[in-house]
Design a protein. Structure first.
Length: 436
């Protein structure tokens, strides 16, 4: 099966953007909606806020620009026009592109390599802020009222990713934005958004053996039930302070009969560690009749008498001596949504928390969706574009890679994505161009 190429991905994005609603009613359509959308996306893909200005100047001086050759942008609109035209567009308008890349990952068998304990695939959920201000706000902002009377306005979203314990990359899925909901008098929150994400997207991403990962916030009966209703397993962090009923039961269990202990000596990076697991099955998660019964486990890792790690989890998987270590490893993979996804988007060049444009309706969330989509493009290229992967592996960091992209597209025009990758490989003397 042939791999999707970069220009095919851009072509699919262009087709989706062509279907965006256009608020213009007169003949002031110098720029099409796909041109406007692609112009915004190019900024996030190149991680260059000045990309459009550079390409406009190149188009004027050289007659053609990288915006045209790489991103199929006919002529380059101004930043303000892009923001104004995209403000009414809802983020879900871009989900067909997310889905197309997800299906391409699946067709290549890449997603199966992310399977973990009990051959399950792990999907981590977490909420993250991507905008805050004491002044700028819109109808979709959330807010915090401080004791001083000051109000902080902010935007946040659930940013689900497929993760694997031994995988250095996470694969972004459709986000769910935490925004005021019609008919709801209470402010939206992460758990409500998590439930919506499951209800809207659960069937699409379900392979029959998938597990939701989450922190302690998700380890409560309503959300656990929602995961099960949507045919998902779950492994959630479960802290004693917020789950007093469960821990009362655990502390009353008979050691060796209902409360099991497993001790394992493990070599990790040339150092020996002692892993001590405790686990129990069918423990009530809450008080009262009809309480959901979950399976609980605890891990304590020590080396030379010093505690290195301790955590506790609940799951619907029955826990045994054979799988308790795997369940813990899967549960610990939840941190990858913070490190490999949210932290990458905020600190590794994507500037997710930067205000690229706020608007009055959906602009802030739409631009965040494009930013995450750019990260998804990069993730796909890492797996499926040999040249891209070789260059990324050769350069020390993601930031340096995109510094090179910014400089090259500023000064030179490339006929295609392949031509730019070829030029970079020649310059770095890698792949077929290694020095002899």
């Amino acid at each position: 099966m042939s791999l999707k190429r970069f220009d095919q991905l851009v072509g699919e994005l262009r087709s989706t953007l062509a279907g965006l609603s256009d608020k213009r009613t007169r003949n002031n359509t110098q720029y099409s909606m796909e041109t406007i959308g692609l112009s915004a996306f190019a900024v996030f893909f190149t991680q260059c806020p000045s990309f459009l200005a550079y390409q406009k100047a190149m188009e004027k001086n050289k007659g053609q620009s990288n915006a045209q050759t790489l991103f199929q942008i006919e002529t380059t609109p101004t930043d303000n026009h892009v923001r104004d035209m995209l403000d009414p567009v809802e983020p879900k308008a871009l989900f067909p592109v997310y889905d197309s890349i997800y299906e391409a990952f699946e067709e290549q068998g890449i997603l199966n390599t992310f399977r973990s304990v009990n051959d399950t695939r792990l999907i981590a959920l977490d909420g993250t802020w991507y905008f805050s201000s004491d002044k700028v706000h819109c109808e979709n902002c959330l807010h915090i009222e401080h004791k001083t009377g000051q109000i902080t306005y902010y935007h946040s979203a659930i940013t689900p990713v497929i993760v694997g314990p031994d995988k250095p990359y996470a694969i972004p899925l459709r986000p769910e934005f935490i925004v005021p909901q019609d008919g709801d008098t209470k402010q939206d929150c992460e758990i409500k958004a998590g439930k919506r994400w499951l209800d809207k997207n659960g069937a699409f991403y379900n392979t029959g053996n998938d597990t939701i990962l989450g922190d302690d916030l998700y380890a409560h009966q309503p959300f656990c039930r929602r995961a099960l209703i949507n045919n998902y397993h779950f492994i959630f962090t479960c802290k004693p302070d917020s789950h007093k009923t469960l821990y009362r039961w655990v502390n009353l269990l008979e050691p060796g009969e209902d409360l099991h202990t497993l001790k394992v000596r493990v070599k990790n990076k040339n150092k020996w560690e002692h892993h001590i697991y405790r686990y129990a099955n069918a423990v009530p998660l809450a008080e009262g009749e009809g309480a959901l019964k979950v399976n609980w486990c605890e891990v304590t890792i020590t080396s030379k008498g010093k505690q290195l790690y301790h955590n506790t989890f609940i799951s619907d998987f029955k826990i045994t001596d054979d799988n308790v270590a795997g369940i813990v490893i899967a549960g610990r993979a939840r941190w990858k949504i913070e490190n490999e996804n949210n932290n990458t988007l905020k600190t590794k060049g994507y500037h997710l928390k930067h205000n690229f444009g706020h608007g009055k309706k959906h602009l802030s969330s739409l631009l965040a969706t494009m930013n995450i989509l750019a990260f998804l493009f990069h993730s796909f290229l890492t797996f499926c574009d040999d040249s891209y992967r070789l260059i990324r592996d050769t350069l020390p960091t993601r930031k340096i890679f995109f510094e090179h992209i910014r400089a090259l597209t500023h000064y030179m025009r490339f006929a295609s994505w392949e031509a730019m990758m070829d030029f970079m490989m020649r310059g770095l003397e890698i792949g077929p161009y290694e020095a002899t």
